[in-house]
Design a protein around this ligand. Structure first.
Ligand code: FE2
Length: 445
């Protein structure tokens, strides 16, 4: 596979032409009477026309045929995609899943779309307020099938196997430890190369942004220049009646047939594009004296709600870094949070749990549900010599943190058969160390 090219920057106004058709972008206007190379002009709007300029998103696509060239959409099997948050009764317990099982290619061919499984979520698609967490488990490329969500943006976190993603804007290769965002309405098709697994955070009605940095200043965390946008690439691929466009619309799946590949955009310009990001590029900021900063310091991207400082969802990572805090219990603190915390693990092992939370699995700590280090971790960290130490080398855990109280689907609680019934036991050995007659027990400060 020839190395793919990208444009760098977050949210920029970009322009790209497939080099096979130089000058494909109209000069000085968006919608000429006749476009260069006799292409069709099509606008893809990612925000209301009247949004403030800072949040106004749209791109112009110059394509061989407009997207409207298709047969009617028809309802198809939902598989395990759902937005029914009342399938099963709510469960406030700490939940943990073993690695979600990937179907064997030798038994059943499953592509990215048929391998989508909704795990949890909240809110309402039709009022553009909410989110869903999906797990994808697949072993086959999509071939002459593409997908788009009318409902929200997909933040895709591959955990096992790389993804070659064809989009209307060009191609992206996304490997584990990278993420990509494919925004609402953008069509894409995914090639996979092995049994492949990952996580998706879908947010309805809002787009991901870089978090504000406040006193941190102009630099740090995920730097804008490290986000990569594909360059224009087209195929004039005729598949008479044989190309399938799958649409997730109001939470349900529909498909329509068309005669051509949708990846027929010869040139595009605009600021509404897919993009990818390598988590290795995250500039970690943390305590260098004592105590913990809250984990919001690890936010890569945020999808803001209309309430200031409150996110529909944040994408947060726990990357390799130095731990240097003096006189401090260094693992994450025990806490109860008004937010929902879904966690996943891309590789390695998570610092607050020695076992049980494995790559390709997950956990959900719901609003005000207590959690924190397991007993073993507490004992070790309470006695550890506080030298500078590397934390999380070779690992990458992440969190989808939401202000909404998420429901778990029937697949998540039952059908997946991956729920770890023994999760609560990791805290059972926690015992009281209370010494009422001694404020400074031996060996502590
Ligand atoms: Fe937490």
């Amino acid at each position: 596979m020839a190395e793919l090219k990208y444009i760098s920057g977050f949210g920029n106004e970009c322009a790209s032409e497939d080099p096979r058709c130089p000058g494909a972008l109209p000069e000085g206007q968006n919608n000429p009477q006749v476009c260069p190379y006799n292409l069709y002009a099509e606008q893809l709007s990612g925000s209301a026309f009247t949004c403030p300029r800072s949040s106004n998103k749209r791109s112009w696509l110059y394509r061989i045929l407009p997207s409207v060239s298709h047969k009617p959409f028809e309802s198809i099997d939902q598989g395990h995609v759902t937005h029914n948050w009342d399938e099963v009764d709510p469960d406030p317990n700490q939940l943990r899943w073993k690695p979600f099982e990937i179907p064997k290619a030798s038994q059943k061919k499953v592509d990215f779309v048929s391998g989508l499984h909704t795990l949890c979520g909240a809110g309402d698609i039709r009022s553009n307020n909410g989110l869903a967490v999906h797990i994808f488990l697949c072993n086959t490329s999509m071939g002459n099938r593409c997908f788009y969500s009318s409902d929200g943006d997909f933040l895709i976190v591959p955990q096992k196997g790389k993804l070659l993603i064809y989009t209307e804007f060009g191609k992206m290769l996304v490997q584990p430890n990278e993420i990509c965002v494919i925004q609402r309405g953008m069509r894409f098709s995914i090639d996979v190369f092995e049994e492949t697994r990952g996580y998706i955070l879908e947010v309805y009605g809002v787009h991901f942004e870089l978090p504000d940095l406040g006193p941190i200043g102009a630099n740090g965390l995920a730097n804008p220049r490290d986000f990569l946008i594909p360059v224009a690439w087209y195929e004039d691929h005729q598949v008479p009646g044989g190309y399938t466009v799958i649409n997730k619309y109001q939470g349900k799946l529909f498909s329509a047939k068309q005669d051509v590949s949708p990846f027929n955009v010869v040139a595009w310009h605009g600021n509404y594009t897919p993009y990818k990001y390598n988590l290795e590029n995250f500039m970690v900021i943390n305590s260098v004296a004592f105590d913990h900063a809250d984990p919001s310091i690890f936010t890569v991207l945020t999808a803001k709600s209309v309430r200031p400082g409150v996110a529909i969802a944040d994408f947060v990572i726990f990357p390799p870094r130095w731990g240097v805090a003096d006189k401090t219990f260094r693992p994450p603190y025990y806490h109860r949070n008004c937010m929902s915390e879904f966690m996943g693990l891309i590789k390695g092992h998570y610092e607050a749990k020695q076992g049980g939370f494995l790559p390709g699995g997950g956990s959900l700590h719901s609003p005000m549900t207590p959690h924190g280090p397991d007993a073993d971790c507490f004992e070790k960290a309470s006695k550890a010599k506080l030298a500078p130490e590397r934390i999380a080398d070779g690992t990458m855990a992440f969190m989808f943190e939401s202000s909404l109280s998420m429901a778990v689907t029937k697949w998540g609680l039952k059908t997946s058969n991956c729920l770890d019934e023994n999760y609560y036991k990791c805290w059972e050995p926690l015992k009281s160390h209370f010494t009422p007659n001694s404020r400074h027990p031996a060996g502590t400060n």
